[in-house]
Ligand binder design. Structure first.
Ligand SMILES: [Fe+2]
Ligand SMILES: [Fe+2]
Length: 337
């Protein structure tokens, strides 16, 4: 019996006590922690009391509150996704469609066979695992942010800038093969660009004056450290968005002209995700106050960006920024530190 499944809680909502017992026996044999509810209202109450119940098996016809209303209420209130499997009769297609459109994820027809139950629950556990992984990643990013010199809404703004520019590029440059969903994923994982800073000592990370050459070299390792951490998770999971996160963490300080770090990559050798990230990150840094500088006046920010077109930044990304300048300014206004 494996440990991760052992701790997963399933709530079985059914007014038929024999049916509950049957499901309980089968689920417990499979290592689930089983709870029971005798009607929809009871189920709702138990879900509210125990937010770590992530799987729900529910009957449709129950007193007090039926399965449809239960499913709808769960969907309205949930903070984390609850995977819902509805129990239906073999011949009731209409009830099944109604349950699915109320928000059920899957169904089981009665009588329930334990091998089928096992397979249906697998989909649910997979989804929950993925969601937990994503949450863990974002807590890591928050952790890095606490230690960072970049306060206020840096991560929020940068995430919006990357989405705006990546979406523009996805429409304007089909040859780059950037889909709209990839543009959105870049924006989500942009939060992780400086995750490697957790490994940089405080006296360097928070030094109010200029770094020495040696300290600068240490600071630069936040790219390779962050990149490697994420690449390791990617190798284990194969999730595309982790690959994008890796590209961003590893290459966001590379420059179009080859004068960046850690590898001095040039032009198209730098992944497009990181080229967009670089532009968003610097644009925000110029606009923001840091311990060693005040925000630059906007005219200066813009002239620096234009000056770096084809130098620090990919010309296509600068052009995307220019087309979307108003949208970026709106984000700047909305998320002021
Ligand atoms: Fe960085
Ligand atoms: Fe940053």
């Amino acid at each position: 019996m494996n440990l991760s499944r052992k701790s997963l809680k399933v709530l079985v909502a059914d007014d038929d006590i024999a049916q509950r017992l049957l499901l309980r026996t089968s689920l417990e044999a499979d290592g689930y922690d089983v709870m029971e509810a005798e009607d929809g209202l009871d189920a709702l109450k138990k879900l509210a009391d125990k937010p770590d119940i992530r799987l729900l098996l529910t009957d449709i016809n129950m007193p007090k509150m039926d399965g449809y209303d239960l499913i709808r209420s769960v969907r309205e209130k949930e903070l984390h996704y609850t995977y819902i499997i509805v129990l239906t009769s073999m011949d009731d297609r209409e009830a099944l469609l109604k349950a699915l459109s109320s928000g059920a994820d899957d169904f089981l027809t009665k009588p329930v066979f334990s091998d089928e139950l096992k397979l249906r629950l697998k989909g649910g556990t997979r989804l929950i695992k993925l969601e937990s992984q994503e949450l863990l990643i974002f807590s890591m990013a928050k952790l890095a942010e606490y230690r960072s010199e970049e306060t206020g809404f840096h991560l929020e703004r940068v995430s919006h800038y990357t989405r705006i520019m990546a979406r523009d590029i996805s429409k304007k440059h089909p040859e780059l093969d950037m889909s709209l969903s990839m543009a959105d994923e870049i924006s989500v994982v942009s939060h992780l660009h400086d995750i490697g800073k957790v490994a940089i000592p405080d006296n360097i990370l928070h030094k109010p004056s200029r770094l020495t050459t040696e300290e600068c070299e240490v600071m630069k390792t936040h790219t390779t450290i962050g990149g490697k951490i994420i690449k390791d998770i990617y190798d284990k999971t194969g999730s595309l968005y982790l690959w994008l996160a890796y590209e961003i963490a590893m290459y966001h300080h590379e420059r179009w002209n080859g004068k960046g770090y850690p590898f001095g990559l040039e032009g198209e050798d730098i992944p497009i995700s990181a080229r967009i990230m670089a532009m968003a990150d610097v644009y925000d840094a110029l606009n923001s106050k840091r311990c060693y500088k005040d925000p630059f006046p906007y005219e200066k920010v813009k002239s620096i960006i234009l000056h770096e077109r084809g130098e620090h930044f990919d010309p296509k990304v600068v052009d995307a920024f220019l087309r979307q300048e108003e949208a970026c300014l709106e984000i700047k206004r909305r998320f002021q530190a």
